[in-house]
Each structure stands twice: as C-alpha cells, then as structure tokens.
Design a protein around this ligand. Structure first.
Ligand code: NAP
Length: 316
C-alpha cells in the first residue's frame, strides 16, 4: 500500500488507516473478539496507522483497542489518540486534564507511547483554553519526546486551518468533509500541505451515511442528505456494487489529488475491513460514479453546519 511520511523520525503511514471509534460500540455493540479480529485483519493487510480517542464509547474504544493490540509489535503501527473531549458535552482543554488524559490513554492502550496526540473537536471546546493550555502542553510533550506529533481534529474547516497554521501543529484530522457527498476539505488540505501540515481525511463513508445500512440514528445530517444517500446506495446495489466501496475509492483518489496523508475509515468488521483493503487496488467504476454524483449533486457540500439535521451528538 502507498505510504506517506509525516516527518523525519516516524515510519511512513499507510494510505488507509483504521479509525477505532467503532470499537467503542458507537455504531452497534461490538464484542472484544470482533475488535481483535478487525484490528488484526487491518494490520495483516497493510494498515499501520490507528486513530482512537477517550471519547469514543466513553473510553471503551481505547480499552478494546488496547486488548486487540496485545502481542502486536509496537513498531508495526503508529497510534493517534486525543485529549480534550470526554463526553457528548464534556470538554476540558486545561493543562492538568491534558496530562491526566494522556496517562489514562496510555494505561488503557497498554502501548508504551502515543505517536500523535490531538486536541479533539476544537470548535466545541473553550477556544482560549485550547490556545493557552492544551496546545502548549502538547508542544511541551513533543519537545520532551513523549509524543512525536501535535494534532488537532474537528469539523469546522476554517477554524482548523487557522489554528493549524497559527499554532504550528503537525497534523489536522477533519471528518465527513471529503466524501462523495461533501468535498469542502479539498482546497483546505492543499493549503495545509503547502504549510507542511499533514491532513487526515476521517469518515470517508460520512459516518455511515454512504453505506447500504445507512447512517446511525444520531447522525446529524439533514433528512434530504440522508434521502439522497439512500437513493445513491440503492443505485449501487442494483448495479451489483456497494456504495461503501465507491465512496472509499472516491475518498482515496481525492486524498492523492489533494495531498492528504491518509484516509481514516472506521470498522468493527473483519469482513468489511477486507473489502476496504480490496477496494484500494480495484479501479473505480466511472459510470457508476457519474450516476451517484448526479444523485448527490443537489446535496453536495450540505454539511450539518449548512443544513442542520437532527442535531445528534456529533453535531453542534
Ligand atoms: N472529530 C474527530 O476527531 C473525528 C470525527 C469522526 C471520525 N474520526 C475518526 O475517523 C474514524 C472513521 O470515522 P467513522 O467510523 O465515524 O465513520 P466512517 O468511516 O465514515 O464510517 C464507519 C461506518 O461505516 C461502516 N463500514 C466500514 N466499512 C464498510 C464496508 N466495507 N461496508 C459497509 N459498511 C462499512 C462501519 O460499519 P462496520 O463497523 O460494520 O464495518 C461503520 O458503521 C473514526 O473511527 C475516528 O477515528 C474522528
């Protein structure tokens, strides 16, 4: 698999990364055995970068991932986790909470060290505390060699770009903003790449929107977006394909075109993870893509900041 280097000291990261939010049972209940098999399948097939957070499943994802990684050589993967978000409406970007959170994550993940530590959902927490405490603490940890890279994550692209450049972060993770349905991350990613900042495109399936099963009930997208995606999924099924495959291939192509370091997909299913890895090497179906793009055109770039939906827990 193609890889991208984040800097001088680190291993290059794979073009497809595993997002471990699913392992916290945020989409459906996930057994530890499923978590183990999904993580092992991903690693065996060439994924070497995993992203997680204390918030996912309120620490369940980190705990499940820590178990799944037992016995795996630490050099086999790079690991990113986050600080600052601890509940649906619970943020703390203070220095004390940041250091406490890192310690707790290390305990749950049992992995020795974290490669990338990210401030989670920066648009939702206290901005001044982010700038005055969380980010300086992460930069201190990097200088001390405790972590390799300082990152930020979120949904508000303008804020991510401003903070990333002004605060000289290493990585930016944006979610649901480079998919078949929303492509607003593309110009931002190109500009950030120009600043030497690595961009991670998370949620290439729009948090389940671009799957046959459809989005979870907490998905913040507008009903018109959900309806268009369901119609697109139906067209793919009728064509003997699967919208998840098309959506992932589209995101991977876009990552290359727009200088994104990796695409972070979530799964708690070894079979889906195998399909996702297979999609990497298969050519995209241009006719099916054109039909799906036509269906999604009326809702293109209609994120929940533009056209609010049910205001689920991922929304503002
Ligand atoms: N603010 C942030 O920092 C932020 C926000 C969102 C996401 N992220 C990161 O990005 C990662 C990915 O996002 P996400 O998991 O929310 O959304 P996603 O990757 O867009 O979608 C995940 C959903 O797609 C399904 N799926 C995966 N592969 C599939 C396949 N081949 N066929 C059918 N369904 C498939 C998964 O179900 P199965 O489990 O059944 O495979 C899961 O329900 C997260 O885990 C997290 O690491 C970060």
């Amino acid at each position: 698999m193609q890889t991208t280097s984040l800097g001088i000291k680190d291993p290059a990261i794979s073009a497809l990364a595993l997002g471990a939010a699913s392992l916290g049972s945020v989409y459906s209940e996930v057994s530890q055995q499923n978590a183990n098999e999904t993580v092992r399948t991903a690693l065996e097939l060439g994924v070497n970068f995993i992203d997680v957070a204390p918030y996912y499943g309120l620490t369940r994802a980190e705990t499940a991932l820590g178990h799944a990684l037992q016995g795996v050589q630490r050099e086999a993967y790079a690991l990113a986790t986050k600080i600052g978000r601890y509940g649906d409406k619970d943020w703390d970007f203070s220095r004390e909470a940041t250091l406490r959170s890192l310690d707790a994550s290390l305990g749950r993940l049992k992995c020795g060290h974290i490669d990338i530590l990210q401030c989670h959902d920066i648009e939702m927490g206290d901005y001044q505390q982010l700038i005055d405490e969380a980010l300086p603490t992460l930069h201190d940890l990097k200088r001390q060699g405790v972590i390799n890279f300082v990152g930020i994550t979120g949904y508000d692209l303008a804020l991510l770009e401003k903070v990333a450049v002004e605060q000289r972060v290493d990585t930016v993770m944006a979610y649901c903003t480079y998919t078949l349905q929303d492509q607003r991350l593309a110009p931002v990613a190109r500009r950030l790449q120009g600043h030497g900042i690595s961009v991670f495109n998370a949620s290439p399936l729009g948090m389940g929107l671009l799957t046959r099963r459809g989005p979870p009930d907490w998905h913040p997208g507008h009903p018109s977006v959900h309806a268009a995606a369901a119609e697109a999924a139906q067209i793919c099924t009728e064509a003997g394909s699967d919208i998840s495959k098309l959506a992932l291939q589209f995101a991977l192509q876009g990552a290359v075109k727009n200088g994104m370091a990796t695409t972070v997909i979530g799964s708690s299913s070894p079979a889906n993870m195998r399909d996702n890895m297979a999609a990497l090497s298969e050519p995209i179906d241009p006719d099916l893509l054109a039909r799906v793009e036509a269906i999604l055109a009326p809702v293109l770039n209609q994120g929940w900041d533009v056209l609010p939906g049910n205001g689920g827990k991922a929304g503002k």
